[in-house]
Design a protein around this ligand. Structure first.
Ligand code: PRP
Ligand code: URA
Ligand code: MG
Length: 211
């Protein structure tokens, strides 16, 4: 697995505001969108491209565009949905599939409650969106799911990751091709498997209380 922390003053600034407990949902949603745009810029740096012949008002020329089959963006519901708009704005030809997964907060087991994806992902570069990589359970499950459907490549974009989660991905997905882009790697998980210092429950901060 390749892990890249996107170090940029704008990322650091926006992330700090996002972490603050007094930041309201409306600002939290906007910052999430902006952060994903900055992370997507790095995460798509080596995306597959192809030539395309076009006419400008002056002449004909050959330009470059995202290759086909186009990238597939997969937000992990619910919190990943907050990252979708920013991502598709950056990669306008991308298609979107959905995975709904929730962590049982007592057992930390992952429940997959929704799935709407092409049955065959052969040749597809999949971008998984989930703001939080905590124990890593959710991401391991999603990445396995996508490779079982023959995805050719998986790139994950997260806002925050815990070292424990990254280690789990490296352990459980040894030899699996995965790129991970994050705005920051935090210190640790607390006794409830929340990221410290973190930003709290991303889904709740975006959309309100789950229960
Ligand atoms: O690395 P893990 O320990 O698996 O935890 C991370 C997961 O927890 C959060 O989702 P949650 O289960 O709270 O669902 P939600 O998005 O509906 O709030 C987060 O968005 C990740 O999907
Ligand atoms: O810190 C955490 C851990 C898991 N899920 C969240 O939303 N936040
Ligand atoms: Mg949640």
């Amino acid at each position: 697995m390749r892990v890249q922390v996107v170090e940029h003053p704008l990322v650091a600034h926006k992330l700090t505001v996002l972490r603050k407990k007094e930041t309201p949902s409306i600002t939290f949603r906007q910052l999430t969108e902006e952060l994903v745009m900055l992370l997507a810029y790095e995460a798509t740096r080596d995306v597959a491209m192809e030539d395309v012949d076009i006419q400008t008002p002056v002449t004909s020329t050959t330009g470059r565009r995202l290759a086909r089959p186009t990238p597939l963006v997969v937000p992990i519901l619910r919190a990943g949905l907050g990252m979708l708009e920013g991502m598709v704005r950056m990669a306008p030809t991308a298609e979107v599939g959905f995975l709904g997964m929730a962590r049982n907060e007592e057992t930390l087991d992952i429940v997959t409650y929704a799935e709407r994806l092409p049955a065959d992902l052969t040749g597809r570069h999949v971008f998984v969106l989930d703001p939080m990589l905590a124990t890593g359970g959710t991401l391991v499950e999603s990445i396995r799911f996508l490779y079982e459907r023959n995805a050719s490549r998986v790139t994950c974009i997260c806002l925050l990751a815990a070292p424990e989660g990254i280690e789990r991905l490296e352990r459980e997905l040894e030899g699996v091709e995965v790129d991970l882009f994050v705005a920051a790697i935090d210190e640790r998980l607390d006794e409830n498997a929340y990221i410290v210092p973190g930003l709290g429950d991303a889904g709740d901060r975006l959309y309100g209380l789950a229960e």
